[in-house]
Design a binder for this molecule. Structure first.
Ligand code: NAD
Length: 467
């Protein structure tokens, strides 16, 4: 049993039972059995279940948001945004009939044709983090199911109520038994699942430390794997940027969702005279209201870890400009925190903090800023605020990060693109959602065929039964 808390009140919310080995074995075998008929269901019919599902998600959005707020402590607006971003992936999955088309040419040799199909691969597993209990599962299973696979979701044990609602609505959409399944668990249950040979593909979103383990273990067990992992995202402010817009972006993207977004900005890089804007930034961050502009972090353990990292930064000589450590609010709140004079060898720069903590580094030139970011082991997202096309152009071409914003703080791509983190923010080949997800969840079968003319056919064979 795992006790689940409401992060806003610190009160117990529910007790979660972890799946036993027998329950896991049974779930995988049911998903494998369901694959036989689901994979043979014509794609436009599979998609109709998802059409009903996206309507049900829209009809029940208030109920989902309410549970999501209890589960995570998110503000209502933030929770609603999360569910909408998930619904958009369901909408994208409805393009499956076109995106699952294979290839062919008229002929490859005399009377010989060659064509390819995109075939589903079997039972797929999704392992998801606490910070987006609706959106991240929805990045995965609608596309996997549309492609003809069956799916097992292992959501975070820290906020299990939201994924349970997603499952309930999918059932209501009429999805056949065994096609979508949930296993609740932690490390042991995940590791047991990864050893099951009937699971063919693994999608993981979570921290880099766990992600590396998942990547290795899935590969050792000969599974296809995609791992979306941790981040440390930098936002560069040039001295010619629109100051008001740049500082608002830095404030919202570092403290929104209490900084618990893999695309949150956690490092501000101030170029040249932009270093004179720290006091104004502090005032903007100070004006944020707990419960309105940002929620609590997920747990007491997380709050204490963040406080310890801020303590460490202070001991290492960084300047705490705005201190969110002493927060008297009930709930696992950490207040907006601004730390100046940070050096790249400090722990606060090296570690992903995952809280409403913004650290500042100062450089003289854009080239220095680019070098700094390219030296980071992570490559999820980055942004630049500037008024100069030439600066933006240099940045977008030279930066070694997979998702780049120009005068846009959190450049999360819409679902018809893919979520393209780089370096230690992603391990694998095909990224999440977009066309790449249809590659990930399918295997290509290439057929070369030749048919003989009637006179060549042995008439005796015409009576052979195929089944
Ligand atoms: P986490 O790595 O602790 O947990 C993720 C999942 O792995 C959970 O389901 C958890 O139960 C399971 N797990 C934990 N330890 C395990 C172990 N030893 N073996 C097997 N499974 C294990 O991550 P979290 O704290 O829930 O989420 C926050 C992290 O997720 C942050 O690092 C954030 O950057 C990252 N994240 C990344 C993206 C992205 O797109 N790159 C998106 C969202 C979150």
């Amino acid at each position: 049993m795992v006790e689940v808390f409401n992060p806003s009140t610190e009160e117990p919310l529910t007790k979660l039972s972890l799946a036993t080995k027998e329950e896991i074995d049974l779930t995988v075998s049911k998903a494998k059995e369901a694959f036989q008929s689901w994979s043979e269901t014509p794609v436009h019919q599979r998609v109709r279940y998802l059409m009903t599902y996206q309507q049900l998600l829209k009809d029940h959005i208030d109920e989902i948001v309410e549970v999501l707020c209890l589960d995570t402590g998110k503000t209502k607006e933030d929770a609603k945004g999360e569910v909408w971003r998930g619904i958009e992936v369901v909408e994208f999955s409805l393009s499956a009939p076109s995106l699952l088309m294979g290839e062919t040419v008229k002929s490859v040799a005399s009377q010989i044709e060659c064509l390819s199909y995109k075939c589903p691969i079997g039972v797929c597993l999704g392992i998801t983090p606490f910070n987006f209990p609706a959106m991240v599962p929805l990045w995965m299973f609608p596309i996997a199911l549309a492609a003809g696979n069956t799916f097992i979701l292992k959501p975070s044990e820290q906020d299990p109520l939201t994924p349970n609602i997603l499952a309930k609505l999918l059932k209501r959409a009429g999805i056949p038994d065994g096609v979508f399944n949930i296993i609740h668990g932690r490390a042991d249950e995940v590791n047991y699942l990864l050893e099951n040979p009937d699971i063919k593909a693994v999608s993981f979103v979570g921290s880099s430390k766990v992600g590396k383990h998942i990547y290795k273990k899935s590969s050792e067990n000969f599974k296809r794997v995609q791992v979306l992992a941790g981040a440390k995202n930098h936002l560069v402010i040039m001295p010619d940027a629109n100051k008001e817009k740049a500082l608002n972006a830095l404030t919202a993207s570092s403290c929104g969702a209490a900084g618990q977004r893999c695309m949150a900005i956690s490092v501000g890089v101030l170029v040249g005279n932009a270093n004179q804007w720290v006091d104004e930034l502090k005032e903007k961050m100070k004006s944020l209201k707990a419960g309105k502009d940002y929620g609590p972090v997920i747990s007491m353990a997380s709050k204490q870890r963040i406080q310890k990292l801020i303590d460490g930064a202070e001991k290492e000589g960084a300047k705490i400009v705005l201190d969110g450590r002493d927060n008297n609010n009930k709930g696992f709140f950490v207040g907006p925190t601004l730390i100046d004079d940070v050096k790249v060898d400090m722990e606060i720069y090296q570690e992903e903090v995952f809280g409403p903590v913004l650290i500042l580094l100062k450089v003289d030139t854009l080239t220095e800023a680019i070098k700094l970011i390219n030296n980071s082991p992570y490559g999820n997202g980055t942004s630049i605020f500037t008024g100069q096309g030439a600066a933006a152009s240099l940045f977008k071409h030279q930066i070694e990060v997979g998702q780049v914003g120009i005068n846009v703080p959190i450049p999360v791509p819409l679902p018809f693109f893919s979520f393209t983190g780089w370096k230690q923010s992603f391990f694998g080949d095909c990224h999440a959602y977009g066309k790449q997800a249809f590659h990930f969840y399918t295997e290509t079968k290439t057929i070369t065929e030749k048919w003989f003319s009637e006179s060549d056919t042995n008439e005796m064979n015409m009576t052979i039964k195929l089944e």
